[in-house]
Structures are given as C-alpha cells and as structure tokens.
Design a protein around this ligand. Structure first.
Ligand code: PGA
Length: 244
C-alpha cells in the first residue's frame, strides 16, 4: 500500500496563506509515489479544495463533532466537512484529547460519525513523556486503540508520542519500530486480517532530515506532519522520502 503523507496545519492559515501554501504544494506534487493529504483549518477547506482541483492531493478536516447536526454551538459535523470537499478527518489528536478532554469513547463516536458521512478517519494515539518514562507506552496506546476504534475500523492510525509533537524531538528508530509493531499486533487482534490493511503513520517532529529513515521502518505507513507541513518545500521533501 502506498505511504500516506498527511499535513496537519493545526490553527494556522488565513485564506491568503492557505491558498499560497496549497498552491505551492500542488506545484510540486506531480509524480510522487505516496498519497498526499493536507488538513487545513475548517474555515479554508472549501477554497483549498478548489485551489487543489486536479492536483493529486486530498483535503481533510482536523476534527468533527460526533453528532450529525443539532445544538452544538461552534462545532463542525462530519457532513459539513464532506460538504466543503474534505474526504478525510484527523480524530483524537493529542491536542484535542488534552485541550478538549476528548476521551477514547468520544473519539470512537467521532470515528463512526466520520465514516457515516463518507470521511476516511485518521485516529491518533500516543503516550505522554511521563507514561513512557514509566514504561507504560504499550498499555496506554493499547487502551487508546481498544477504546477509540469502532468494530470494523478501516481507516488510518497515527502513532504520535505526545512528547515528540512540536518539540523537535523524535522517537528513536528502535522505539518507532517497536511501537508500530505493537500497534500492528493490536490491530490484527481487534480487526482480524483486516488489521493488516490499516496504515500506521508516525507523527511527532517529522522533518525533511529525518523522514527517510522514519519512513523506511517496518510497519510505518506514512507520516502525520505538523510544523513542517506549513512550509511547502519541507512537506514535499518529506513526501519525496516516502517509499516507492
Ligand atoms: P509536529 O506535529 O510535526 O509539529 O511535531 C505533528 C502533529 O501534531 O500531528
């Protein structure tokens, strides 16, 4: 399966910046051997989709509400993301889990809502630094997977150690390989043979200089890129490092 290189723009990008970045990514996206995805802020999804028309780049949201519609002031439904042209959505990012107290059960409900609306979900899991220092990374991530993935899950999982996000610190290659192997085993246990088809992205300070070695590790199916996805040349360099 092709590797997926996904850019999480987080809360960055007014219209002019978003269009400029999308256009610059599109200009260098021909002929890549990976799948490319950008996840801009919800307010600019529709213009970014229009800017990327004809380019081999999908567009996703960064979160959605678990309900289809209703009295949820300020929230965005999966169908609204789909309506704006998104085909993917990131769910359960650690910044959502921390800043908005999102639980595994809530993430699971959001995954179901996303799938019902026709969006492909990327479900994020990962341990904090304290949990890793206590040797709890497998139990934490195992519990997140068990709680966040609905039966029959067929999306993408992103392993993002919280202490590596936005810090410039990446997990060691050995740690990434170990965790991705562990996640694959959990997926096979929960989903049966279908668990083999779930791509497992690595995220956390992925940059042009470390992408090739991370993407070459076993069971790494791509990357979820934050900071480096805001610079088109850096994001494209990561995409070029994907395995053919
Ligand atoms: P980072 O963010 O690449 O800036 O560490 C990754 C993420 O949060 O998805």
């Amino acid at each position: 399966m092709r590797q997926l290189i996904a850019g999480n723009w987080k809360m960055n990008g007014l219209l002019a910046e978003a269009l400029g970045l999308a256009g610059d990514v599109a200009a260098g996206a021909e002929g890549l051997s990976c799948d490319l995805l950008v996840c801009p802020p919800a307010t600019v999804i529709e213009p970014v989709v229009a800017e990327l028309a004809g380019a081999p780049i999908a567009v996703g949201g960064q979160d959605c509400h678990q309900a289809a519609s209703g009295a949820h002031t300020g929230d965005v439904s999966a169908a609204m993301l789909r309506d704006a042209g998104a085909t993917w959505v990131i769910l359960g990012h650690s910044e959502r889990r921390t800043n908005h107290a999102e639980t595994d059960a809530l993430v699971r409900a959001k995954v179901a809502a996303a799938v019902a609306a026709g969006l492909a979900p990327i479900v994020c899991v990962g341990e904090t630094e304290a949990e890793r220092l206590a040797g709890q990374q497998e139990s934490v991530v195992g519990a997140q997977l068990a709680g966040s993935l609905p039966a029959g899950f067929a999306g993408v999982v992103a392993y993002e150690p919280v202490w590596a996000i936005g810090t410039g610190r990446t997990a060691t290659e050995a740690d990434v390989a170990a965790m991705h192997g562990f996640i694959r085993a959990v997926l096979l246990r929960h989903l049966g043979a279908a668990g083999r088809g779930v791509r497992i992205l690595y995220g956390g300070s992925v940059k042009a200089s470390n992408a090739a070695s991370l993407l070459a590790l076993p069971e790494v199916g791509g990357a979820l890129v934050g900071g480096a996805s805001l610079v088109a040349a850096d994001f494209l360099a990561i995409a070029r490092a994907a395995l053919p």
